[in-house]
Write a protein that binds this ligand. Structure first.
Ligand SMILES: Cc1ncc(COP(=O)(O)O)c(C=O)c1O
Length: 426
């Protein structure tokens, strides 16, 4: 039927959507999508890191269909229900024992808003420290803690007050002199200095960080820096809130990004990959923190939706049963090695970075500046060969490569051939 309704998207969809491709999609399966004319594309965006189980995984589809036929809206303040509880059990089973209660929400931004509110309530403190270059969403509170690019915040002021931004260790472009291996110490010193210049630690409810910066450029912080932030939080009874929205659900080759650093957060937010594309997100924390949230102090109509959480429970089971975290690690190594080989031949790629299947290549001009023009041309060339990619970074200086975690070795090899041709054509 879809073929009969040929609407120009621009007639009915506002330009604020800013679509990355002209594709009008019809269906998806695994790493592929098909447009309404039947043309196939390899989706190396995963719908912005969402379809980790691949498009329309049969077990997720079945869970959605079965639940939709039973009850769709089992409002969480009125009823408890099996899908929500099963999703919570499956989710907490992947986490340290200290993260044992789950509050379901509907989007990443809503989960971030909720986590900030929870941290304020649990500590009785007003302020939040977030990091420069981070992205946490587009609602007013989430936008206030975001600084990946000014466009997200511009012309919306006033924003939420008492938000302080510290530098995140983007070591590839570190302004600090000295050994690159010690750059994290300089970044950490700047964070500590905020307590001398800007805000008293006992006014800070939370330090909020992405375990790997996503939209802001796929930036992996040194483990020592994350551990130092964790220690700082402990010293001052500040809650560490980890945003695993883009980096979680197996994407980095571990179930959660924070596992790479041996630093467990007090509160975690998850969205995107949690339900394979159904609008589900969650705040996870220990009971002693959640108990500070009195009944009615927070809420929402749709959080914990029965169909969405059925999809979440199925997604978590698929990730476990199909070993997708391990696949992300091994296919990630293959992809990284291939990208490094391309970089060795083409210095226009200044940096290959990321973890697991959350990888990016940053493009540079001969003087080392960000090169968004090269990024645009490589993405266009790949699109000509039916491969979909997205940018990231404040200047669109990097291309993120985030296939579904079900991707196989042959598909990675095919992608690398396309990518090499695109870079060579610059
Ligand atoms: C790390 C991170 N946090 C929060 C969000 C916001 O999620 P949503 O778009 O579902 O509101 C995103 C979305 O890209 C994200 O990558």
């Amino acid at each position: 039927m879809a073929q009969e309704v040929r609407v120009n998207p621009a007639d009915v969809m506002p330009q604020v959507l800013g679509r990355y491709s002209p594709v009008v999609v019809d269906r998806g399966e695994g790493i592929y999508v098909w447009d309404i004319d039947g043309k196939r594309y390899a989706d190396f965006t995963s719908g912005i890191g969402v379809v980790n189980t691949g498009h329309c995984h049969p077990r997720v589809v079945q869970a959605i269909q079965e639940q939709a036929a039973k009850i769709i809206h089992a409002q969480a303040n009125i009823f408890a229900h099996e899908p929500m509880m099963q999703a919570a059990v499956e989710l907490t089973a992947t986490l340290p024992a200290t993260l044992n209660q789950v509050y379901f929400t509907n989007s990443g931004a809503e989960a971030v808003e909720s986590a900030v509110k929870l941290a304020k309530m649990a500590t009785g403190r007003p302020a939040v420290i977030a990091f420069r270059g981070a992205f946490h969403g587009r609602t007013h509170g989430a936008m206030s803690v975001t600084s990946s690019r000014v466009k997200v915040r511009a012309h919306y002021e006033p924003l939420m007050p008492s938000v302080y931004h510290a530098p995140y260790p983007y070591v590839f472009r570190s302004p600090y002199k000295g050994r690159a291996e010690d750059a994290d110490l300089a970044y950490f010193a700047e964070l500590e200095q905020m307590f001398d210049q800007l805000v008293m630690p006992d006014d800070v409810a939370a330090i909020l960080m992405e375990s790997v910066i996503g939209e802001g450029g796929y930036i992996v912080p040194p483990a020592r820096w994350v551990q130092n932030v964790r220690r700082l939080c402990d010293e001052h009874a500040i809650l560490l809130v980890m945003d695993e929205i883009q980096s979680g659900m197996g994407r980095t080759g571990k179930m959660w990004g924070f596992e790479h650093y041996d630093a467990v957060p007090d509160i975690m937010v998850v969205a995107k990959g949690i339900a394979s594309g159904m609008p589900v997100s969650a705040v996870v924390a220990g009971r002693q923190i959640m108990d500070k949230w009195a009944p009615g102090a927070h809420g929402g109509t749709y959080g914990g939706n029965a169909v969405g959480t059925a999809a979440a429970a199925a997604t978590l089971r698929v990730i476990r049963d199909e070993g997708l975290v391990g696949n992300a690690a091994s296919r990630g190594r293959q992809l990284r090695d291939g990208l490094l080989a391309i970089q060795a031949d083409y210095p226009v790629i200044g940096d290959v970075r990321g973890l697991g299947l959350m990888l990016a290549t940053e493009f540079v001009t001969p003087d080392g500046s960000p090169n968004p023009d090269a990024v645009r041309r490589v993405i266009e060339s790949c699109f000509e060969e039916n491969v979909l990619l997205l940018t990231c970074g404040t200047y669109d200086q990097a291309i993120r490569i985030v296939p579904p975690l079900v991707v196989d070795a042959g598909q990675i090899d095919e992608f690398l051939e396309v990518y090499r041709r695109a870079v060579a054509a610059l």
